[in-house]
Design a protein around this ligand. Structure first.
Ligand code: DGL
Length: 275
């Protein structure tokens, strides 16, 4: 591939479903010239309750699919897949692959003043202890408190953002976290930024809420420029996004239209087990 066509090649972004759209949205804001191929594994979501081996196998299949779209780099937008599969797939494929855990952890390390950080995520992410390990790799003196909040994902997917049960479940999960003296909290799951204002209101102004999506887009920008792969084209921004899912394309499309800052006209279904 020539340098020019490599620059114009899309970035592959994947998630277990719709949640990674929060990362794609952030990339579209910060890197408006980049083309994106998004894959949401809607047939096999949630990843948050699955084993490491399964999450690695799913991630490998998706990366093989994205490579057929000639992507120049891959962003694992899913926290669960970043925590459990990134190390394995990075060694296996000859393409730059980044996840959301390291950028999110770094942002929290920079944000905390009292060196006490909270992390909320899926069961698999919290059980992996990856956020704690990565944060301790950056600063071993930081106290990290992790908490799984598995019901947040279905609440977001069902469009229950404003429902009173969501408020009750936020209180149920986060009460113990609010009673600690953390001063920064990572939203370590793709769906949680969609509940951000409610979480922020409950946790109070003293706690800085870290959304790894923002930092991930910044890291992607850095990676593309370091590797001389950034697209400087600037040819009309919204037409260069394509969306693929493993099931329920129409439901995905409707959800995508509530998250992305532009119209998502089509979503294509892929038989991901073939990859
Ligand atoms: N995308 C997942 C994450 O960020 C949440 C949904 C799931 O469990 O698959 O951890």
């Amino acid at each position: 591939m020539s340098t020019q066509s490599r620059k114009m090649a899309p970035v592959g972004v994947f998630d277990s479903g719709v949640g990674g759209l929060t990362v794609a949205r952030e990339i579209s804001r910060q890197l408006p010239d980049e083309n994106i191929v998004y894959f949401g594994d809607t047939a096999r979501v949630p990843y948050g309750s699955k084993s490491r081996n399964t999450i690695i196998r799913f991630s490998e299949q998706i990366i093989r699919f994205l490579k057929t779209k000639q992507v120049k780099a891959i962003v694992i937008a899913c926290n669960t897949a970043s925590a459990l599969a990134l190390d394995a797939v990075r060694d296996e494929f000859d393409i730059p692959i980044m996840g959301v855990v390291v950028p999110g952890a770094r942002a929290a390390v920079e944000a905390t003043r009292n060196r006490k950080v909270g992390v909320v995520g899926t069961d698999a992410t919290v059980q992996s202890g990856m956020y704690t390990r990565v944060i301790h790799g950056m600063d071993p003196d930081i106290t990290v408190i992790e908490k799984a909040c598995p019901l947040f994902v279905p609440l977001v997917e069902e469009g229950f953002k404003e429902h009173k049960v969501t408020q009750e479940i936020i209180e149920y999960y986060l009460e113990s976290m609010r009673n600690t003296d953390i001063d920064a909290m990572i939203l370590g799951c793709t769906h949680y930024p969609l509940l951000r204002s409610k979480i922020r209101a409950y946790m109070g102004e003293k706690i800085q809420i870290v959304n790894p999506a923002y930092e991930t887009a910044m890291d992607l920008k850095k990676l593309l420029s370091e590797k001389d792969m950034a697209n400087e084209g600037g040819e009309g921004r919204h037409s260069r996004y394509s969306f693929y899912v493993s099931d329920a394309a129409e439901k995905f499309r409707r959800f995508a239209n509530t998250v992305m800052p532009f119209d998502v006209p089509t979503t294509n279904v892929v038989n991901i087990e073939e990859y």
